[in-house]
Design a protein around this ligand. Structure first.
Ligand code: GDP
Ligand code: MG
Length: 743
């Protein structure tokens, strides 16, 4: 026991993010800290030592969490630690200035029946806002010691230590219960006698076990084993039918009801208390009517800023690397290096560096803008607004912003999914992200729609964007039902007070993200571009139909026949192959091959393969007109190209099918590199296969149905075949999910 000084007390610090846990931890332990990782995951585990009176204590700083379900890794870590390691005392750090939100976790700790001390932090803020908190009263309600603290000023720590030592001695746990709806209470009353024995042998509280079983909580279900199925299904059904809401919401409602009542009882605001500035701003920004247009305007502002700010840098880096690469090529040639070496270094390595360098400015500026929004507190409001809509379609609210960023470029979009704490939601968001039509695909749309649909082009382009979104939502729902089963996570939305962001904080944030892009994706992009350059070069460079890539295109053309690519249109297929390396390369490659064919063998200088990236990035900036404006100035050449295209694509349905394929098929190497780094090889391959398969499916289905009158027999056969394949894939995914082969 503590009194003898022999035993070591283990104390866990729990609390919401930003409640001041780390500040308390530092004050309690001083410099005696050890940083490691939690077993099996890369979440930091910090523990420290101290000696209070004559008791040695060890304090563990748990990850900051909002609730105690096992939705996120952090929640799982904190929960398992408390459940399995059974610390002698849990100190729950509560931000008193956000009492209701913070007490949500407290109620769950109380239900766990662990020895609990509540550290009521940020009392200075409460005072400043002229609120009055009856601490004693709160302690009575919660049935545990409540110690007011101002952690930053070191106030209250003596009392906190005393309370912890006393509690460790007394070993008492809170006995308060959250009262749920009467229908829930009836169910609990029936379940508790059945579970009592089990709870005793597992050393958990029986009421907690019953509540958690109703929540279909993993750990609880594992403990209960077979009992779980029979017992719980019956009760949840009855409750859900009775209340007309999912059981999770019923239980959350119960807890919040408890908290509301509690805080109304113990928290008093002065009569003349005015709403804080944050509350006032939220009245407008979270308003149901004006909140959404403001949100859209802010997001539009982010894009506008990103484009305007990055454009000069893209041009600068592009030109700079043009000069460097050309110079290097000349130099190498003049000292007699063989052509392949020049091609690989100046073209491949140089081209790769150029690509990474031109991707850097937009990524830097979009992250800069997002960091400002994040640090100011607006980002959580944006998530809050989007959440309503996303929930309605059954996807996690936090997936919204990455999807929006995806319209610019999928690379930063995927990096932005790190704000999602639930791994399943994160995988899902990453998988559907490439369906957001990125800026690099615009030149392809513009070229084709300009030639074939000059009048209805913008409408069709809008249609492509919408179709991408629809397919993303449908894929998302499909994954949710098969490979990534589980409810959309219910997270208590944190609405931190608004801040003026600091330059230091914002730059640090941005820098960390940019660095991780360059480190994660940069090297892979460069390597792959070198390989691609080699593939382009292998073969006879003087005859465009004879390089490795052209051969590959010719070989693969029959695969695209069912979606309307003519047998002699191998250039379009080469375009798709090069699009894997960068979507903006499609136009450059295909166009130059068409022109070569039209003009004979003299190589047109108009298109330079990697120069296409400039066209794309700029047209991402100008949105329309970038391609012709930037690359094909010559009217005659433009007409020539349009003529070849009309020959190569004799059917309108084939044009649309091709654009559908370009919209949907596998993302470029930069995106795949990021997916690989974020989710690993398996998911990257899955994403590649899913998107490419879906693209082929949609394009072929479209083409066959659109040309149905011309050949009803074959068209219907194709459609039936595609439907069968679609069904088989769905069935396979369901089976894979059932057999538990997917994590
Ligand atoms: P954690 O996320 O729970 O570890 O929170 P931190 O310890 O990092 O604290 C979050 C922020 O709250 C920091 O800026 C602290 O300086 C601040 N903070 C912590 N305790 C207090 C307090 O008692 N009063 C005030 N005004 N600020 C505090
Ligand atoms: Mg912390």
């Amino acid at each position: 026991m503590g009194k003898t000084g022999k035993r070591k007390l283990r104390i866990a610090l729990a609390g919401n993010p930003n409640a001041g846990k780390t500040t308390v931890f530092n004050a309690l332990t001083g410099a005696r800290q050890r940083v490691g990782n939690w077993p099996g995951v890369t979440v930091e585990r910090i523990e420290g030592q101290a000696r209070w009176n004559d008791t040695d204590v060890e304090i563990i700083d748990l990850p900051g969490i909002y609730s105690f379900s096992a939705w996120s890794q952090d929640e799982r870590i904190a929960r398992n630690f408390i459940l399995e390691q059974k610390p002698d005392v849990v100190i729950d750090i509560v931000d008193a200035s956000n009492l209701e939100r913070n007490l949500f976790l407290t109620t769950q700790l109380i239900e766990l029946r662990v020895p609990l001390v509540v550290g009521l932090n940020m009392m200075d803020v409460v005072q400043k806002r002229r609120m009055k908190l009856e601490v004693e009263h709160l302690a009575q309600h919660l049935d545990c010691p409540v110690i007011p603290l101002v952690a930053t000023r070191g106030e209250g720590f003596d009392e906190l230590r005393d309370a912890v030592l006393r509690l460790a001695e007394a070993k008492s746990v809170p006995t308060t219960s959250v009262r749920y709806d009467s229908i829930v209470e009836e169910a609990l009353a029936e379940m508790i006698p059945i579970l009592t024995e089990l709870a005793q042998s597992e050393d958990v509280d029986v009421r907690w076990l019953a509540v958690k079983l109703l929540e279909k909580d993993e750990t609880a279900c594992r403990l209960a084993g077979d009992i779980c199925e029979k017992l719980v299904k019956h009760h949840t059904h009855r409750i859900e039918r009775h209340v007309g809401e999912s059981i999770d919401l019923v239980l959350i409602g119960g807890r919040y009801g408890f908290i509301h009542g509690l805080s109304r009882d113990v928290l008093h605001r002065d009569f003349d208390f005015r709403k804080t500035v944050s509350d006032a701003i939220d009245q407008i920004l979270l308003n149901r009517v004006v909140g959404i247009p403001i949100f859209l305007a802010v997001m539009y502002g982010v894009f506008w800023f990103t484009l305007k700010a990055s454009e000069p840098f893209i041009v600068l880096f592009d030109r700079l690397f043009d000069v460097i690469n050309n110079g290097a090529a000349h130099l190498l040639t003049s000292i007699g290096s063989p052509a392949w070496l020049t091609e690989l270094t100046a073209g491949g390595l140089g081209g790769g560096l150029q690509t990474v360098a031109t991707l850097t400015p937009p990524i830097f500026f979009i992250f800069l803008a997002l960091s400002v929004l994040e640090d100011s507190g607006y980002m959580s409001r944006a998530a809050f607004i989007a959440d309503r809509f996303m929930r309605w379609i059954g996807l996690p609210g936090k997936a919204f912003i990455p999807m929006l960023i995806g319209f610019g470029c999928n690379v930063p979009a995927i990096l932005a999914t790190r704000t999602l704490s639930n791994p399943r939601d994160r995988v899902l968001t990453i998988l559907i992200n490439p369906l957001m039509s990125c800026g690099a695909r615009i030149p392809v749309y513009i070229l084709f729609l300009g030639v074939f649909y000059p009048k209805t082009g913008s409408l069709l382009m809008f249609g492509l964007y919408v179709l991408g979104i629809v397919l993303a939502v449908l894929s998302g729902l499909l994954f949710k039902r098969t490979l990534l089963q589980g409810d959309v996570s219910t997270f208590v939305m944190e609405l931190p007070p608004y801040h003026i962001p600091t330059a230091n904080g914002v730059l640090l944030h941005t820098w960390r993200r940019l660095k991780s892009f360059v480190q994660r994706a940069g090297l892979i992009i460069i390597l792959i571009i070198i390989i691609f350059q080699a593939l382009q070069f292998i073969g006879d460079a003087d005859s465009p139909g004879d390089t490795f890539l052209a051969r590959a295109g010719q070989f693969a053309t029959p695969v695209f026949r069912p979606m309307g690519i003519q047998p002699d249109n191998w250039e379009a297929v080469v375009g798709l192959l090069s699009g894997v390396f960068a979507k903006e390369a499609i136009v450059g490659t295909m166009g130059s091959l068409y022109l070569q064919e039209a003009q004979g063998s003299d190589e047109p200088e108009l298109y330079h393969f990697w120069g296409g990236i400039r066209g794309a990035m700029l047209s991402f900036a100008h949105s329309v007109g970038g391609l012709f404006g930037a690359d094909v100035e010559d009217e005659q050449t433009r007409n020539e190209l349009a003529n070849v295209m009309r020959q190569k694509f004799p059917e309108p349905a084939g044009v649309i099918a091709y654009l559908l394929f370009v919209l949907i098929y596998m993302p470029c190497v930069a995106v795949m590199a990021v997916i690989y780094k974020e989710l690993g090889m398996r998911w990257m391959l899955f994403s590649l296969a899913w998107l490419t398969g879906l693209a082929w499916w949609v394009a072929t289905m479209f083409y066959q149905l659109a040309t149905l009158p011309a050949h009803p027999g074959t068209s219907l056969a194709w459609a039936a075949g595609l439907l069968a394949v679609g069904w088989a894939v769905w069935w396979g995914m369901k089976a894979a999910a059932r057999s538990g082969r997917v994590s």
